[in-house]
Design a protein around this ligand. Structure first.
Ligand SMILES: Cc1cc2nc3c(=O)[nH]c(=O)nc-3n(C[C@H](O)[C@H](O)[C@H](O)COP(=O)(O)O)c2cc1C
Length: 169
C-alpha cells in the first residue's frame, strides 16, 4: 500500500478479531511512530506497550470513550516526556505526529486501530498515570487501540474546497 492510499483509506477500527498482534508488527508500529518529525528533532515521545488482558481492561475504564480496549489485544500508550524540553509544549504536536504515523502503519499492515484521546483531559491523564505508574513528567497524549480488524468502514472523502484559502484569507 503506498502512502497516499494508506492516508486516504485509513478509518478508525474499534472491533477486533481474536488473536495477538505479532512482535514484528509491534516493532514496525513503534518504528513508524518514532520516524515522525518533531520540533528540533527532540523526539519527546515515550511508549508503553500493553498486551496483558487485565491491564487493557483497566485502561478501558480510564475514559468513557476507551471501550475498544476491552476488545483489543494491543494498546500502545503514546506519551510525552516534558523534562528537558528545548521547545516547551511542542511535545503535543510531536506525539500527535507519532500517533498518526502509528495509525497509518497499522492500516498498511492490515491491522485496525483507533486513537483514544487523553491529554488535555486531566482526569483521564491521572487515571492512566495510576494504571501504568507513569512518572509526573510523562503525559499520556493518547492510546492506540490495535488489533486484527473485525469491521469494515466505508471510505470517506472529506475534501471541502470551501475550507481552503489561497494566497490570503
Ligand atoms: C485526538 C483524537 C482523540 C480521539 N479520541 C477517541 C476516543 O477517545 N475514542 C474513540 O473511539 N475514538 C476517538 N478518536 C477517533 C475519532 O472519533 C475518529 O478519528 C473520527 O471520528 C474520524 O473517523 P475516522 O478515524 O474513521 O476517519 C479520536 C481521534 C483523535 C484525533
Amino acid at each position: 500500500m503506498d502512502a497516499i492510499s494508506a492516508i486516504m483509506t485509513r478509518r478508525s477500527i474499534r472491533t477486533y478479531e481474536a488473536g495477538p498482534v505479532g512482535p514484528e508488527q509491534v516493532e514496525t508500529l513503534l518504528r513508524a511512530a518514532m520516524a515522525a518529525p518533531s520540533a528540533g528533532n527532540q523526539q519527546p515521545w515515550r511508549f508503553v506497550v500493553v498486551t496483558e488482558r487485565t491491564v487493557l481492561d483497566r485502561l478501558a475504564e480510564t475514559s468513557p470513550y476507551a471501550g475498544p480496549l476491552h476488545r483489543a489485544p494491543l494498546a500502545v500508550v503514546v506519551c510525552g516526556e516534558t523534562i528537558g524540553e528545548r521547545h516547551p509544549g511542542y511535545w503535543v504536536e510531536d506525539c500527535s505526529a507519532a500517533m498518526e504515523n502509528l495509525l497509518l502503519a497499522a492500516h498498511a499492515l492490515r491491522l485496525g486501530a483507533v486513537w483514544l484521546g487523553y491529554h488535555p483531559d486531566a482526569g483521564r491523564v491521572e487515571l492512566v498515570r495510576d494504571v501504568l505508574g507513569l512518572p509526573d513528567s510523562v503525559v499520556p497524549l493518547g492510546i492506540a487501540s490495535v488489533g486484527h480488524p473485525a469491521e469494515e468502514r466505508p471510505l470517506v472523502d472529506r475534501y471541502r474546497e470551501e475550507l481552503v484559502h489561497r494566497e490570503s484569507w
